[in-house]
Design a protein around this ligand. Structure first.
Ligand SMILES: *Cc1c(COP(=O)(O)O)cnc(C)c1O
Length: 361
């Protein structure tokens, strides 16, 4: 029986994956050496396609890591000597902050209630912070921060590096990298791939910072320090044996996205989220958790389902529609619906129809 996953990661598999797995096996991708010309070609094709999809400037480096969480750790290790600053409004932004503390830095933060955003431009950021860290889309709460305000931070604090987690907003987000220094995502959300691969994009300034810290004798990591990653990336390789098959699948998904046209994908996603939000806003009982439309996520829609949470989730399940549970303390009060490229407009319409049916029972 066909199931449709609206879970915010791992999630529905991108529709072309099955064929790409077959093709990859046929090409013996899982067996090739990561030091071979064949892998180097795959590496450079994938990076070039990523650059095209996200309009990444050529001076920026693109690295393969193992997860979004790893990217957070690498960023703090390589760009922060003592002081990072964090915007916290959910579990993932909190994790970024905690990592800085665990690495013995001295992070500071501004927090917002779950479900709310920030007055980014008036946040009291201590002078001299080395890096400002933000989560573009808080997957735990369904809050998305407005990019123009994030960009304005770079103008307000030109000496600070800006790190942006786009794990659950890529590839919906259309970024202007001029205002960003470290950007990362993992592939089990918007790219509809199995988990286990992360992408880290860094500016020349972030790279220089890492070099300065290393020169000062500060520990910037070993096999995945920016320096080691960059040394190997120049040869179109990775320091370790990477998940070659995974990189192959990512390249296949991106190639498909480029063919489909990223603008078309984004337009379809906008249409899908509009259908769901309009339904929630006009429903007598159900509500969107995020009430301020300025901060409503386009890619993870959190529904305030209250006492119906468990029964509604079960009802959807019997119709082979899998939605995400609420996060943490909201587990029994909310359901989360991912709006990623892998699901179709018809599937989103079907989800709405079945939710409607549940409340009409
Ligand atoms: C899922 C997620 C992460 C963690 O990514 P992993 O690949 O699981 O380490 C980080 N940030 C956000 C916003 C996420 O949604």
């Amino acid at each position: 029986m066909k199931k449709t996953f609206f879970t915010p990661g791992p999630t529905q598999i991108y529709p072309t994956i099955a064929a790409s797995i077959q093709a990859g096996l046929h090409e013996y991708i899982a067996s090739i050496s990561h030091r071979s010309k064949e892998f180097e070609n795959l590496f450079s094709q994938t990076v070039n396609n990523l650059r095209q999809l996200f309009a990444i400037p050529k001076e920026y480096s693109v690295f393969f890591v193992s997860s979004g969480t790893e990217a957070m750790e690498r960023i703090i290790e390589n760009c922060v000597e003592t002081h990072s600053f964090h915007f916290i409004n959910g579990s993932f932004s909190k994790r970024f902050y905690e990592i800085a503390g665990e690495l013995k830095k001295k992070p500071s933060e501004v927090s917002a209630e779950y479900g709310e955003g920030f007055d980014i431009l008036h946040a009291s950021i201590p002078p001299g912070v080395e890096m400002i860290c933000l989560t573009h889309n808080e997957t735990s709460t369904g809050v998305m921060l407005p990019l123009p305000e994030i960009y304005a931070l770079k103008k307000q604090y030109p000496r600070s590096l800006i790190a942006l987690d786009i794990v659950s907003s890529a590839p919906y987000t259309n970024l202007d990298f001029r205002f960003l220094d470290c950007v990362f995502f993992s592939v089990q959300k918007g790219f509809g791939l199995p988990a286990g691969l992360g992408i880290l994009i860094i500016s020349p300034q972030a790279m220089e910072k890492s070099v300065r810290l290393t020169r000062k004798g500060i520990m910037t990591g070993s096999y995945h320090s920016f320096n080691t990653l960059s040394e190997y990336a120049l040869k179109h390789q990775t320091p370790e044996t990477p998940p070659v098959f995974h990189i192959y699948l990512l390249n296949a998904v991106i190639t498909h996205m480029l063919d489909r046209g990223i603008d078309n994908i984004r337009r379809d996603m906008t249409e899908k989220k509009t259908i769901l939000y309009q339904f929630l806003d006009s429903h007598p009982i159900l509500q969107a958790f995020v009430t301020n439309k300025k901060f409503r996520s386009s890619t993870v829609i959190v529904m305030q389902t209250g006492e119906h949470t468990t029964k509604l989730r079960q009802f959807l399940f019997t119709h082979h529609l899998i939605v995400g549970e609420g996060y943490g303390k909201y587990k029994n009060q909310q359901l989360r619906v991912a709006n990623f490229p892998a699901t179709s407009l018809d599937e989103m319409k079907q989800l709405v129809t079945i939710i409607k049916a549940y409340y009409q029972k």
